[in-house]
Design a protein around this ligand. Structure first.
Ligand code: 13P
Ligand code: SF4
Length: 367
């Protein structure tokens, strides 16, 4: 074990952190205690203790990379036990996070349900800021940490609560559905949330002939094709999925007629039209694991192909690699930092969180 002041934190930063108090007047240090920096050297002992985890990722990670990741993986898994913490990781996290330190993995809906259920006192969100906010909304008494608060989302950033109020003024009486890829501020203003796996069901659950759907214009367009409800869409887009084109997919298909193309509904509708199947990240994974196509192209964030490939050696993945820069801000060193120094904590004003919880809970309760 090394010194307490490590990993970029100065003594005064630690003391600032130690004096930051919660609603009950307790600092993070008083609630959970500060811990020393673990040893991050690559040793025969670490090699032995992490060998079973390397087995999980060896298909997608050259052995030369393992000595870089393994000491962090060992330290994070030890710290989780000391802290009574869980890591919730989205399907877009890198394989060393997804397969080696995450306690629970899934799509946005699955992670929201898990956040609600976990008994752990600390949740570290392997994902982006709106996901950590959703966990905090559902678990207001838990200590929810995002390893890098700059991990944003082009969809969440495209709309504010004030924008939703303006939409309501423009379309009086029309219910508002928000994709979970929104801030707590937006969730507090809408009637119900949805994810890509339940969007059509949520829209139809309202019993209205018109629905305002924010913020993803492509998900809105893909939903509109599956329902009689008229959709009034906001103009946001995912910066990862909007880059795919029907033309490039048709080229892949022309080169390899046996290729299965599976798309995420955040893609433009003309891209979804080329695909053999479209669904949330969990539904895409399920398609590959159950149908076992010989060759597949997952039209989504590129780490997901690595995560599925690690478990499906019989499937060949064709990979145009579009990375989400926000998801990629979450790294093993940042997760370690988060668990050591209990940062960066998600804080939402209790009245705002209570209003946001209504729209998230309505979605979760819709079975
Ligand atoms: P799902 O995992 O819910 O399909 O969402 C995809 C996504 O882009 C999350 O940011
Ligand atoms: Fe947002 Fe798209 Fe990144 Fe998901 S992949 S976090 S929707 S920018």
């Amino acid at each position: 074990m090394g010194a307490l002041v490590e990993n970029g934190l100065t003594g005064s930063a630690i003391s600032n952190l130690a004096h930051q108090v919660d609603a009950a007047g307790l600092s993070a240090a008083e609630r959970f205690g500060l811990l020393p920096m673990p040893n991050l050297a690559w040793t025969p002992e670490i090699e032995r203790e992490t060998a079973h985890l390397y087995e999980k990722v060896k298909r997608v990670m050259p052995s030369v990379e393992w000595p870089v990741h393994a000491p962090y993986i060992k330290a994070i898994n030890d710290l989780k036990r000391v802290r009574n913490a869980v890591i919730l990781a989205h399907n877009y996290q890198t394989p060393e996070i997804f397969h080696c330190v995450a306690d629970y993995v899934g799509d946005s809906l699955q992670l929201a349900r898990l956040a609600e259920k976990t008994g752990a006192q600390i949740i570290v969100q392997g994902g982006v800021h709106f996901m950590a906010e959703t966990s905090k909304i559902l678990s207001p008494d838990k200590h929810v940490l995002i390893p890098d608060s700059r991990a944003g989302c082009s969809l969440a950033e495209s709309i504010t609560g004030a924008d939703v109020r303006a939409l309501r003024a423009k379309y009086p009486g029309v219910p508002v559905v928000a994709y979970v890829n929104t801030s707590a501020d937006v969730k507090a203003e809408v009637d119900i949330c949805c994810t890509s796996s339940n969007a059509v069901k949520v829209v139809e659950s309202l019993g209205a002939d018109r629905v305002i759907f924010v913020p993803d214009r492509f998900l809105a367009a893909n939903v509109a094709r599956q329902t009689k409800v008229k959709i009034i869409a906001w103009h946001g887009a995912c910066e990862v999925h909007e880059r795919f084109t029907a033309q490039e997919l048709l080229q892949y298909r022309a080169d390899d007629p046996g290729l299965k193309i599976i798309a995420h509904p955040e893609c433009p509708p003309e891209v979804v039209d080329v695909a053999d199947f479209a669904g949330s990240t969990a539904a895409m994974i399920d398609y590959v694991k159950t149908r076992r196509p010989a060759r597949v192209l997952l039209v989504t964030e590129c780490s997901m192909s690595d995560n599925v490939a690690a478990e499906t050696p019989d499937v060949e993945f064709i990979r145009p690699c579009n990375l989400c820069p926000h998801m990629k801000r979450i790294t093993l060193p940042r997760i370690l930092d988060s668990l050591l120094y209990l940062r960066e904590e998600i804080r939402i004003a209790p009245d705002l969180a209570a209003r946001a919880r209504i729209s998230v809970q309505r979605m979760i309760d819709l079975r």
